[in-house]
Design a protein around this ligand. Structure first.
Ligand code: UCC
Length: 621
């Protein structure tokens, strides 16, 4: 540290007081060699500016994504897919990223009234948001999955592209997820509703920006975000022409600039009665506006004031006789919209993996530019250890989401075996719930690696954390998804767990001969056995343990994927190292918690007393 002599400090202050904009050359010359020691003497802001982190091609710098694709995609498809992803990997770091930042700044607005008091309900979105619509179509971000140019590999290709896109998407990834889900629903109901193929499917899956439609997914009402069955109050009144008029209040409607949506409502019968619960819910298709842009008896009440995802125009909507078509059998609404949820949950996981990759890439680049205590921070092992832990998390999430996407591709073209279908059903909520949590913690730690700058809005960094925070909430919270894991297992009569265990064993098989992976293989094997045996021996505890159980299934499966990846031909020593580090952690927290007595009646009671210790209204308990 330099110390200035008081006389020089005073001299500096007097120069600084005189100064307005121009450098004070003559005064500095007067000071002679002492001037070198004076901070901020050459310019008002001083001579040092920190280099900002740079985004590089997001495909070429992603070794995990590239090696996974090389391992799986057949050689006749690989060059075309890689070349498109490499080109797009450049765009998401340049022009698309600029639009992303613009979406962050120019937020949607709802203009409800004109100057004369007339209700206009005009949704104003930024030019960047609109550009994202066109880019999404041109790049085929939904279309690729439905064109099926690469057969069953098309889905993996599309999701890999979404993974690159999400952290640069200005949250346009949200309408795309729902649009993808809508296209998938239409495919499943096309025999009963061929008109939907003609009317909407082509537009949802087109590459033409002027034709491209996006979809919403309106499930949440004031009474129910999680408990859709009891919370849905929207009524569907039949019209003479076979259509329905919907009356209700949708509480969280994402991306309300969509063209169409799928939503749930309760049919009213001839005598005005409805059926309560899940059995009373049906699935409806509706278009938000007519050809002239007039809303379909939908009145937006207000835009939601959210922590993050502010780029998305999420609104409360009053449905006041909205014309809609019933597309599920009566009472099969939840089961039908579940197909859409599968897609949006996989998008959610893919987005989480994409955010992790992005923050780690930025953090590592920054570590080569930031100097502290006399050295670039990349040279401090403690800092690099922190980043390495994030890198392991990002790799595990990437492998899991790519693998789920691969299975979805099999399902898309109807070649999935029963076992693969069961695995996809089980892995979808696991991937969604686990990566959603990871993304928040990786984003938070990643921000910290930029010091105070990570907390400054116009670096574009805090937005990653704010937007990541929603990933564990929308599309089902962690606990709801943990219960969905149990639903999937129960519905399969338990065989989903058998499939899961066998799948892990197959993945471990190649790795068993690799000495460096021996301990990792043993740990995954043991965790898989322990977790499955927990389900068998303690089925009465499964609901209470649902979150720990789901984490155990997720962590163990991710371990198996990392190990398998590390044992594959062409794997690097870094693949091996990542697998070793992941498998050092507790892969079966449900086993650990069981041993610690976390699921006993005493623990349940103590949890309650702990939570409400000091609560001022005992009468409410
Ligand atoms: O909409 C939202 C925001 C959109 C933004 C999208 C962005 C996406 C990411 C972008 C990336 C950047 S958020 C709102 C999302 N809402 C939810 O996720 C709802 C959360 N709640 C649940 O998931 C619940 O578990 C329910 C609603 C599914 C539970 O309902 P029920 O009525 O209690 O369910 P049941 O009775 O257990 O199941 C009814 C039927 C059964 O079929 P059957 O009758 O044949 O046995 C179930 O097996 O539905 C079936 N089912 C499923 N099938 C239920 N869940 C599933 C599933 N996940 N997969 C397949």
């Amino acid at each position: 540290m330099f110390r200035l002599r008081p006389s020089i400090v005073n001299r500096y202050k007097s120069i600084a007081c005189k100064s307005t904009t121009a450098p004070m050359t003559s005064e500095l010359q007067e000071l002679g060699p002492q001037a070198a020691a004076i901070p901020f003497a050459h310019a008002k802001l001083g001579p040092f500016f920190q280099d900002k982190p740079q985004l590089h091609n997001q495909f070429t710098e992603d070794t995990t994504l590239r090696s996974y694709l090389r391992r799986h995609i057949p050689s006749q498809h690989l060059p075309a897919i890689e070349s498109d992803l490499e080109r797009f990997g450049g765009r998401v770091a340049t022009d698309v990223y600029d639009l992303h930042l613009q979406c962050d700044k120019e937020l949607p607005q709802l203009e409800q009234f004109d100057a004369w008091g007339r209700r206009v309900d005009r949704l104003i979105t930024s030019s960047a948001w609109k550009a994202m619509h066109d880019i999404s179509a041109e790049e085929g971000l939904v279309a690729i999955a439905y064109e099926r140019e690469y057969g069953e590999w098309s889905r993996l290709y599309q999701m890999a592209k979404m993974y690159l896109y999400c952290p640069s998407a200005g949250l346009y990834s949200c309408p795309l997820a729902m649009t993808d889900g809508a296209a998938k629903i239409i495919e499943t109901v096309k025999d009963q509703h061929p008109w939907l193929m003609e009317r909407a499917y082509g537009r949802l899956t087109t590459r033409s920006p002027s034709e491209f439609w996006t979809s919403g997914q309106w499930m949440t009402e004031r009474k129910g975000g999680s408990d859709v069955a009891r919370g849905t109050e929207t009524l569907a009144v039949p019209n003479d022409d076979g259509s329905y008029s919907l009356h209700g209040y949708k509480w969280f409607s994402s991306a309300t600039d969509a063209d169409i949506t799928f939503t749930l409502a309760r049919c009213v019968d001839q005598s005005g009665k409805t059926v309560q619960g899940t059995q009373g819910l049906s699935l409806f298709y509706l278009e938000l506006r007519d050809d002239k842009g007039v809303l379909n008896s939908i009145q937006p009440q207000r835009l939601k004031n959210k922590l993050g995802t502010r780029q998305v125009p999420t609104a409360e909507l009053l449905l006041d006789g909205t014309r809609a078509a019933k597309v599920s059998e009566e009472g099969r609404g939840v089961a039908s919209i579940a197909g859409m949820l599968t897609l949006t949950r996989i998008h959610n996981a893919m987005s989480a993996a994409g955010y992790m990759r992005r923050i780690v890439n930025l953090a590592r680049d920054y570590s080569t530019r930031r100097n502290a205590f006399g050295n670039h921070i990349k040279n401090y092992p403690l800092h690099v250890q922190t980043l390495a832990r994030l890198e392991v998390e990002a790799r595990a999430a990437t492998l899991l989401t790519l693998e789920v996407s691969r299975l979805l591709g099999w399902d898309d073209v109807g070649i999935a075996t029963d076992a693969e279908t069961q695995l996809l059903r089980l892995l979808t909520p696991l991937a969604k719930l686990y990566t959603g949590k990871q993304a928040m913690s990786v984003a938070s730690e990643g921000l910290e690696s930029f010091g105070g700058q990570g907390y400054i809005e116009d670096t574009g960094l805090p937005g990653i954390l704010r937007d990541a925070q929603v990933l564990s909430i929308w599309e089902g919270t962690t606990n709801i998804l943990s219960l969905d894991v149990l639903r999937a297992i129960t519905k399969s009569g338990g065989s989903a767990l058998k499939v899961y265990h066998e799948n892990i064993q197959t993945r471990l098989a190649t790795a068993r001969v690799n000495e460096a992976l021996k301990s990792a293989v043993e740990r995954v094997n043991e965790a898989s056995g322990n977790t499955i045996s927990f389900a068998g021996k303690h089925s009465d505890l499964l609901e209470l343990a649902a979150r720990d159980f789901a984490y155990s299934l997720s962590r163990t499966f991710m371990g198996a994927l990392l190990v398998e990846h590390a044992a594959a031909e062409g794997a690097t020593d870094m693949d091996v190292y990542a697998a070793q580090r992941w498998c050092e952690a507790d892969l079966s927290p449900v086993t650990t918690a069981l041993k610690a007595g976390a699921y006993t009646g005493r623990a349940v009671d103590a949890n309650f007393r702990l939570v409400f210790d000091g609560y001022p209204h005992p009468s409410r308990l």
